[in-house]
Design a protein around this ligand. Sequence first.
Ligand SMILES: [Zn+2]
Length: 413
Amino acid sequence: MRIAFIALLCCVWLQGHAQPAVQWKTLKQAEVAFGCTNCLWDGDSILFSNETDTVRFYPGRRRASVNGYTIWLNVLPEGNVSNGDWRLGAIDLDFIKLGILTATNGEPKQLHVMLDPGHGGVDGGAQSKAPLVFSEKHLTLDLARLVGARLEEAGMKVTYTRTNDVAIALDDRSGAARKAKADIFVSIHANFSPNALSTGTETFVINPAGYPGTPEGSRARGFQIGNANDYLNTLLGYSIQSRLVEMDAKAPDRGLKRQSFFVLRETSCPAVLVEIGFLSNPSELLKMLEPEWMDTCADSIAEGIFDYASKVDALNVAVREKRNREFEQKKAKVEKEKLAAAEKIAKVIPVADTNSTTVVQVEQPEPDAPATNTVEKAVIEVKPVIEEKPAEKIQPAATNASPESIFDFYSTK
Ligand SMILES: [Zn+2]
């Protein structure tokens, strides 16, 4: 009992320690970012809309929606709209504004897609209950093949982590994507819940470093390989999830969620994990086993990938521009501080007057004696400012960004 209590304390400390101090955006800043003059508050939700997009938040909930599709926030918004003190996590504004809404359609990029049918071999994955017993591993393989055929038809290169009923370790799955130098990794799964009524689709991407995942109780982690693609992950996840939602108007939209699944955190290219429906729901399983439904589902996943392919270049440009802006801002800040420090010194040291015979005498300290005169005190005071670490070098694109630069990007220090 005592050990359990200590373990709980350690767990709480670690979780608290990993969570960075939240940076917030005010209601006004959110309005400016979403390009609307006034948000609408109907007593239930807050709506930001402009000519093309609508973004809705629900007080007290991490659930939000972008153009009608559900996404889950990393930070619960705080405050009250009627008081005007409502505020949104800066990281969420950033992912919505840049990751989802900035990217405009361009020429679809011919991607190399790694499809990962979940489970296989001795690992059957989720299994439905009698009388209709069915293993997840078969459904995921069948669906991956259908998706792959559509992508290849459109000229994309497709590779698979498995093409038959074999067990594959998780690190071999992410390793395969690295080895193949795939552009994106799409892991296909079917869901399971003890509640036989659970229904609908959901898509996961990795949670940002320092923030917990969407499911209750999931923990925050430090920077993972997958976090190098946080913006691209968001766009890919949103693109596929929104297409899956369109496929079945009756099925609930469980949304774009975040969770640190192994294949999401260890894959170096943008990666998503799709849960296409619940095997544990008998009527949903029957629906999923219909060939027409499988075809529609494969169409939806492929369409989501095409949507991403037509926006990824624009997003890469936007991310690069954002990082350049931030680099310039940091540089300007350091220069300003250097200037202020130099002015402080100049005020203390008298300006040499060549016509004057006055000699300014500065007492010289002993070689190892602590600084005592005014000039040296001033230098000591400003030294930390002068030696402040300069801004880190910008990485050329999101996909090439180093872990350190991304972590620094979200650092609140
Ligand atoms: Zn699974």
